[in-house]
Design a protein around this ligand. Structure first.
Ligand code: DQA
Length: 141
């Protein structure tokens, strides 16, 4: 099993950014936890972070041949990136969308999700565990 984790814009600032919403955990710490879980299950995992929409599109297009599943936190692109949505449906990537915060309980604009309809599902609101739950699901398949 090969899994790619894609973190979108501003997630590189985790640990310093809006701690009340996103917690104190850093992106590096999230990745380390996921890597340990993947290793336990003898699965391969890689990580990618970008603040740039087009780079995320490129990564999704490339991933189809290399990875079985993608865990994607699109950050703010969640709410309006038709380009990321089209990349997923265009290459028929198997994607689980994740969010640290419960976007459905926040501002109105965060309740619009243009990418989720082309994903296998969405996990939101469980902090770093949103990523873990997505990976555990993939590992159970
Ligand atoms: C987020 C939620 C988004 O609305 C926000 O723009 C983010 C983080 C989350 O993980 O909770 O950058 O994707």
């Amino acid at each position: 099993m090969k899994v790619l984790v894609i973190h979108g814009p501003n997630l590189n600032l985790l640990g310093a950014r809006e701690k009340k919403i996103y917690g104190k955990i850093t992106l590096a710490a999230i990745n380390t936890e996921l890597a340990a879980l993947a290793q336990k299950h003898k699965a391969a995992i890689e990580f990618y972070q970008s603040n740039i929409e087009g780079e995320i599109v490129n990564e999704i297009q490339k991933a189809r041949k290399k990875f079985d599943y993608i865990i994607l936190n699109p950050g703010a692109y969640t709410h309006y990136s038709i380009a990321i949505r089209d990349a997923i449906s265009g290459v028929r990537a198997r994607v689980i969308e994740v969010h640290l915060s419960n976007i459905h309980a926040r501002e109105k604009f965060r309740q619009t999700c243009v990418i989720a309809p082309v994903c296998l599902g969405q996990i939101a609101g469980f902090g770093k565990d949103s990523y873990r739950l997505a990976l555990e699901h993939i590992l159970s398949l």
